[in-house]
Design a protein around this ligand. Structure first.
Ligand code: THU
Length: 130
């Protein structure tokens, strides 16, 4: 992973709006043609209505034109090696392939590299819905 994806995730984490959990998370993804989109978790007073960093990043990615995602980085301020929640695994899977690399980071760099296939084995795919 180039360092810029890690830096984008870390910069996004600094923008987290998480006054309730006080658990800032940042995510960044790169497209095949080199675009980088990032996001932070955003919480609201009605707790279930908040959403994850990965989801913010995916919103930016779709609005920026979408395309093939090649790499994803995620990190949390208070966890050495965060993994995306179940819902975000499903959301990320919508726009990735099983071989897409996911970099699990702390605030200094990559701690572990996994693939989306490892993150969401036997996941539900919407092919037959189209
Ligand atoms: N969170 C994320 O942003 N991404 C994850 O993959 C796991 C959890 C956020 C949601 C909530 O704002 C806070 O972390 C605590 O659950």
């Amino acid at each position: 992973m180039s360092h810029d994806l890690f830096l984008a995730a870390r910069a996004a984490m600094a923008k987290s709006y998480s006054p309730y959990s006080k658990f800032p998370v940042g995510a960044a993804l790169r497209t095949e043609d080199g675009r980088v989109y990032s996001g932070a978790n955003i919480e609201v007073a009605s707790y279930p209505e908040g959403w994850c960093a990965e989801t913010t990043a995916l919103g930016h990615y779709v609005m920026g034109g979408g395309g093939k995602i090649t790499e994803i980085a995620v990190m949390a301020e208070k966890m050495a090696r965060i993994t995306p929640c179940g819902g975000c695994r499903q959301r990320l899977a919508e726009f990735t392939t099983p071989d897409t690399r996911l970099f699990l980071c702390d605030d200094t760099g990559v701690v572990e590299t996994v693939t989306m296939g490892e993150m969401l084995p036997l996941g539900f795919a919407g092919d037959t819905l189209k």
